[in-house]
Structure formats: C-alpha cells, structure tokens
Write a protein that binds this ligand. Structure first.
Ligand code: ZN
Length: 198
C-alpha cells in the first residue's frame, strides 16, 4: 500500500528507489546520495515514465552508487530483534481478523521495509512491516485488515474499499493518520528500542 516502490535494476542487483512527487516539479530527476537512489517527479507522472527514466540512467546510477559513500547499515542484529519482538503481536492481529474477513492466510512474514506497511500475495502470504508495532494499535489493525481484504480483492477498486469499510467503518481516519505520520516512521533511521515493549 501507500507508494509502491520503484526498483533500480543495477549491475550489482536490485535496489529500491525512493519516489517523491510534487505538482511544481517540471521534470523527472534522479539523485544518488548516501541514502540511496531517489527519483523526484512532477505529480501525476506515470509509473511507466519513471521506470523508463531509471532504465535510461541505469549505468549512471550504478557508477554514482559505486562512488558514493553509503551510510552504514543499521545494526542488523538489533533489527532482527525488533522484527522478532513485533511478530507475535502482528500474527495475533492476523489470526484475529482473518476469520472475520473470511480468508485463510498461508503465511505471515514480518519484515523491515522502508516504503510499505504491508502487502498480500495471491498465494495467501501477508507481509507486514515490523514498524506497525510503532503506530497506534487501531492503525495497525487497519493495515492488517487492508491486506487481508486483498486476499479477496487484489486491487484498490471500489469493491475493495467497500470491503474494508464493511469490516472497519472508521478506516478512513486511520488511513489519514498513516498518511500524515507514517512516512516519518518509515523514514526513521534511528529506530527506538521495542524489545519487550509491546
Ligand atoms: Zn492495498
């Protein structure tokens, strides 16, 4: 959900690309810095055009990445601990809501992601961002219900939103909260300790 990430298919593998849009920006620009690759574009730029720009500049991106010092990755062990700490609470939410939505979940994956809160696959896997343990519980419920509803409707059609609303009549407010505050939580470099803190 939220902004679907783009990917730079580089010579050394795939890299997620941060996308920023603004109505006043005139052209697509690509920036490479210590945080990685960022694409800025006028509002309403088609995803296809963004992908074309990334392809067109792929060699330059690879070259620039190689020359740019990266911020050291966050302590991988601390991250693994946060994912582990967040997992039971998120799995419990999925277990509680899947029967109400009327879906069967094959697998729950809790991961560390910078661009999305959750996703659902046609095979019944629900992926959730461990950072959902940092948002208000009713907002986390919204994300879980949103992803569960994707097992019924694999799109954001009116039918999908009607389904979400049927289960969570107040979902719009929770969604607004996520839009207003979620970005800052996803962007947090220095994440607070959550071990044993749920
Ligand atoms: Zn969605």
């Amino acid at each position: 959900m939220s902004h679907r990430p783009l990917t730079h298919h580089g010579a050394r593998g795939d890299l997620p690309v941060r996308v920023l849009t603004h109505p006043r920006w005139r052209t697509i620009r690509i920036r490479v810095d210590a945080r990685g690759v960022t694409l800025t574009a006028p509002a309403r730029t088609r995803r296809r055009s963004m992908e074309a720009a990334l392809r067109h500049h792929a060699a330059w991106i690879d070259r620039t990445l190689a020359e740019t010092p990266r911020t050291p990755p966050p302590d991988a062990r601390a991250h693994a601990a946060r994912v582990r700490a967040a997992r039971p609470g998120l799995v419990a939410l999925v277990d509680a809501w899947a029967p109400r939505v009327g879906v069967t979940v094959a697998r729950v994956v809790v991961r560390d992601q910078r661009t999305r809160w959750g996703s659902a696959s046609a095979r019944g896997t629900i992926s959730l961002n461990w950072r959902l343990s940092l948002v208000p519980p009713n907002v986390a419920v919204y994300v879980v219900v949103h992803e569960l509803c994707h097992l019924v409707e694999m799109n954001h059609s009116p039918a999908f939103w009607a389904l979400v609303e049927g289960h969570l009549p107040g979902y719009r407010e929770r969604r607004r909260w996520l839009r207003a505050h979620g970005g800052a939580i996803l962007d947090q470099r220095d994440t607070p300790e959550t071990e044993g803190d749920r």
